[in-house]
Design a protein around this ligand. Sequence first.
Ligand code: GLY
Length: 410
Amino acid sequence: MKFEKLLMVLPLAMLLLSSCSKEEVAKLDINNELKYSENQVHRTLSEIKGQDKMPRNIMDSLVHWNLVNIEISEWTAGFWPGTLWYNYENTQSTDDLAAATHYTELLKPLTTLPAYDHDLGFQLFYSYGNGYRLTGREDYKQIVLNAADTLATLFNPKVGTILSWPREVDNGRFAPFNTIMDNMINLEMLYWAAKNGGNKELYDIATKHAETTMKYQFREDGGNYHVAIYDPLTGEFIKGQTHQGYSDSSLWARGQAWAIYGYTFVYRETKDERFLRFAEKVADLYLARLPRGEFVPYWDFDAPDIPNAPRDASSAAIVASGLLELSQLENDKVKGEVYKNAAENMLIELSSDKYQSRQSKPSLLLHSTGHYPNGSEIDASINYADYYYIEALTRYKKVMSGISIQRNNK
Ligand code: GLY
C-alpha cells in the first residue's frame, strides 16, 4: 500500500482496534445467535397467532408486542415478513416457510394501491422481494415489479429525486417538495426491478435520486440532513432540515445508517466509484463519532444529554448489515477489513445481554429509538431493528464462509 494511503486509513483502523479490547476476547458465535433469533421468532409467532396484524414495537416497560393493522400508512409493515424470510433462509423449515408466506400475503391489499409515499420498498421489497429471492415465485416477482413502477410515479425529473411524503407532514414544514434520507433504501427495489424484467428507466431514476441526494442532502463532513426541501418547479435545493433528529445540523444516527446502507448498494448496482467513495465517507464519519469503545450509537450523535441519552440499536443493526456488504465490495483491502471488523463488533455488542431481549420479551433486540422528538418508541424493541439484525447475522455467516451476500443478482 502507498504510504499516503496508509496514513489516510490509519486513524480509522487505530480507532477501531484501540477501542475493542473487550471485543478482542469476545467472539461472535454466529450459529448461536441465529438459533437465538429462531427461538425469539417462534415465540413471537406463538404470541401473535391468529391475529393477522404485524408486531411493531415493545416499549421498555412492556413484555408483549404492540400489534398494528396492515395498511399503506404503516411504513414498517414489511419488516416482520422480512424477518420471517431471513429466519426461513437460515432454518429451511417448512413451518418457517409457511409463516413467512402467510405474513407476506397479508400485505396483498397494499400491492395494488397508488403510491401513498416512498415506503413501498420497505413494505413490499422486504416481504415479497425476499420471498421471491428465496422461493422464485413468479407472482411475488410481478408484485415487486408493479411496486417499483408505483414508487417511480413519485419521481420528479426537475428535482431529480422521489417525493418522499406526498402529503402534509408536521403542519407543512416540509413543503413544497421533500426527500428524506430513508428514501435511499427504497431505491434498491428500483434497481432490482430494472434488471429483473421491469422498466429499464427505473435504474436511471434510482441513480439520479442517489446523485441528487449526494449533492444536496449532506454537509461537508459527510453528515446528512434528514429532509431535503426542493422547489418542485425549478428543481432548486431550498434547505436541509430534520424530522426525527435533534436539530437541523445534528447527526441523527439512523439517517446516517440509511445513507451507509443505501450508498453501498448504489455502488453495488452501478459500479460507479463515486458512490463507493461516498459510502466510505458517510461510514467513516459514523464510525469516528461512535462513543469510544462502543458500537451502538446514541439516537443522535449530537443529543445534548449524552451519555444519558437513549441509544438506537436499530442504527447499529442497519450499519452492521451495510458494512458487511461494503466490506465485500471494497477494492481497498485494508478498508474492507476495517468495515468487516466494525460490523463484527457491532454484532457482538448487539448480541450481548445488554441489547438482546432474551427471556424478557419475544423481540430480538432492546434499546432502539424510533422518533425521539415526537416522544414515540424511545428505548424500545422495534421490528426494523430485528429485521436488520437477522439480515446482518445472515450476511455475517456468508462473509465468514466467503460467500457473496449480494442479494439481487438473480
Ligand atoms: N422514518 C423512518 C425511520 O424512522 O427511520
